[in-house]
Design a protein around this ligand. Sequence first.
Ligand code: GLN
Length: 541
Amino acid sequence: MGQVKYVFVTGGVTSSLGKGIISASLGKLLVARGLRVTIQKFDPYINIDPGTLNPYEHGECYVTEDGAETDLDLGHYERFLAANTSQKNNVTTGRIYNNVITKEREGVYLGKTVQVIPHITDEIKRSFLALGQNGDYDVIITEIGGSVGDIESLPFIEAIRQTKWDLGHENCIVIHLTLIPYLKAVGELKTKPTQHSVKKLLESGIQPDILVCRSERPINNDIKKKLALFCNVPIHSVISSIDARTIYDVPLLMRKEKLDERVLELSNIPIGEEPGLENWKEFLGRLKNPTKEVNIALVGKYVELHDAYKSIAESFIHAGAKNECKVNVSWVSSESLITENVEELLGGHDGVLIAPGFGERGIEGKIAASKYVREHKIPFFGICLGLQVAVIEFGRNVLGYKNAASTEINPKTKDPIIDLMETQKKITKKGGTMRLGAYPCKLKKRTKVYELYKTEDITERHRHRYEFNNDYLERFESKGMIAVGINPDSNLVEIMELKDHPWFVGTQFHPELKSRVIEPHPLFVGFIKAAIDYASEKEKD
Ligand code: GLN
């Protein structure tokens, strides 16, 4: 295919309508039709990236292969499409302004007044089209964060209007996602908010090509007709998106509503054969018909907001389906955990995952959890900070290093078992300066992790500043905590595994960032399998 086709997804009426899932579902359907697709997200906030945001503000920070700290929607794109994204797939207002201001200082605009239009909008348009330059994709889907009508979204909306004119309507289409609320008192679905939201887009010079309407109840033909009439779209471009049981149903629901066909028609792409969704349906079949069940505790400090651990939660879903097992996750606040209540809060579970994190809050609770699962031989999975606390606990209680700590929490400790990486010591700026992105790791044979990956050479994604201090490695290994994965270039410990325990694995990297719907992550699959075995042993007793 020659010309790249651009599809923009905007949102109206309220936030949190699921633009990310609609974009990912459309992407999935187009990929299943043999098209080469990527999805990008433009966020209207001024941070250069979400790496400096508290997870409570914005949910998880998703890290790509190339080490970009990005919006959590990129995780959905990767999980649905089973393809990698990169820094270019997530652009914020902050990054746009930063680029323009840097150019201004370089003298690129010499003699000109630098303005939102055309300089900021030109930079947005350049970024919209950047991934389309090398012939890698047939279709590029662009999700615009925020809602139409927000002051901060205006330059993005204006840039879409211009792009539509620059490229022509058949090369650039706009899908507008809105809400059709149901008013219980009158027993009706209401179209007015959508009409207003489309008017708002029209004020900015954009006629949406397709409406995707979120609702709790089915939207009948009369409502579709009304929406078509007032919003100037053909009736078959009014797509109903009813609440789904799982986000993984949405591609099939969108297929039923023919969202993909509408996009192809409007873009002048031949419709061709039905998309191949066999793997996806098979996954859904296993997901919805589990033969067993396990209870997993996720110990973290941001547990009130599940989005803070989005990729971990989704990895459990993928790995659960693979094992035909329903995974019930209880979210346990690390701050609420103390030695005295650890049995009560964790005792009933078949596996415990200690989540990534930063700073002191909740650390001692995580250490207590780690001790409990080690001693009670409950399957344990520690990710990043989760590995670090497991190592500190083992150092304190098995090796007798009473002061074992991470220098992140106690910079003056006598036993810095977790210490700042050499490469981090001179860094003072916080944004984008961690050890980020994919690094290689070599696995030791005859270990649990090797049996799961079935290969010696892996690469996994990182986001941390601290590392296991190799001065202590011999002592750890002599007592059965083994470094089973090592970075071959820097010698950094990447994975620790405990001998004489059914399943005790900690990783310095974030495996959850690479789990995909049709390729669940081997460590999550292994962890759930261990939890299933633990549960069935418990039943026998
Ligand atoms: N705070 C720890 C570090 O920077 C762990 C980071 C994480 O869990 N992602 O090394």
